[in-house]
Design a binder for this molecule. Structure first.
Ligand code: OAD
Length: 247
């Protein structure tokens, strides 16, 4: 993908250097760091659909299974390294004169390890533990189990601090104003199948933002984007960041 002058006009380059940039990331941005996405290939883990593991009901029925699922992901995430796309977004935040906010659905910490600061984890983080009983939060150990006790209340109702299907995503107090103020909204590596994140492009567009999708394949909400660029994140994201920073 190469951005021409016409692209620059599409991007609204005269809109005060795109002061407010809001970026929504999904599993696709971490795919080239070796972390599997949710809905590609067979989308299964030990024969379970993600939707059947990432729910409060699944945790109630079989906490050991759910802990095992997240222990594996925590281990993979710790071993993974930020890729060129994460690094480019950190460079954008450091070099762009306006605001840059990342809203991520990912529970890994690759944005932070690449150097991004303004990151909202709307689906929680593998690095956190949460007491289902008293609501206390603390850093998750590498391996969690159903016999762990909460350091605050002593209950054995500890769980990963992850937002499961049917639960309310984190960060609305940051996300809603960011979308309302966005000049440019960019979705990277997300399939557009999980709400509310899948509605953010349409929401931002209605509030006046230009919308761009960067993805390996067209997403389910492609109609909400003014521009779509197809390719791997490690190529598309650095090129787009370069374009914004040299405008
Ligand atoms: P999905 O697995 O649904 O989609 C991954 C997206 O990444 C697809 O659109 C792919 O085309 C794209 N993709 C894959 N490799 C890529 C690459 N190298 N470069 C660019 N794009 C690439 O993941 P999400 O959309 O993040 O929620 O899923 C959203 C939520 O559903 C997750 O946060 C999780 C899941 O169930 C919870 O666990 C609550």
């Amino acid at each position: 993908m190469r951005y021409s002058k016409a692209d620059a006009e599409n991007l609204g380059a005269d809109r005060c250097l795109l002061q407010n940039i809001v970026i929504l990331t999904g599993a696709g941005i971490s795919a080239e760091s070796g972390l599997g996405t949710f809905r590609e290939s067979d989308g299964l883990w030990e024969h379970h659909r993600v939707e059947d593991v990432a729910t409060p009901e699944a945790f109630e029925a079989d906490p050991d299974l759910v802990h095992r699922f997240y222990n594996v992901r925590r281990d993979q995430s710790a071993k993974a390294r930020p890729n060129a796309a994460h690094i480019a977004l950190a460079r954008l935040e450091a070099g762009h004169p306006g605001r840059v906010r990342i809203i991520t659905q990912n529970v890994d910490d690759l944005h932070e390890r690449a150097g991004s600061r303004a990151v909202t984890h709307m689906h929680g983080a593998l690095s956190g533990a949460l007491c289902h009983g008293c609501g206390h939060r603390w850093p998750a150990p590498a391996v969690m189990s159903s016999t762990d006790t909460c350091p605050a209340c002593g209950a054995t109702q500890t769980r990963p601090d992850i937002v499961w299907f049917g639960e309310i995503p984190y960060g609305a107090e940051v996300i809603d104003p960011a979308l309302a103020a966005a000049d440019l909204f960019v979705a990277i590596g997300t399939s557009g199948q999980v709400y509310p994140a899948a509605a953010y492009a349409q929401h931002a567009a209605r509030m006046g933002a230009h919308t761009i999708e960067l993805n390996l394949a067209t997403s389910a909400n492609a109609r909400d984007f003014a521009e779509i660029h197809i390719g791997p994140a490690t190529e598309l994201v650095p090129e787009w960041v370069e374009h914004v920073l040299t405008e």
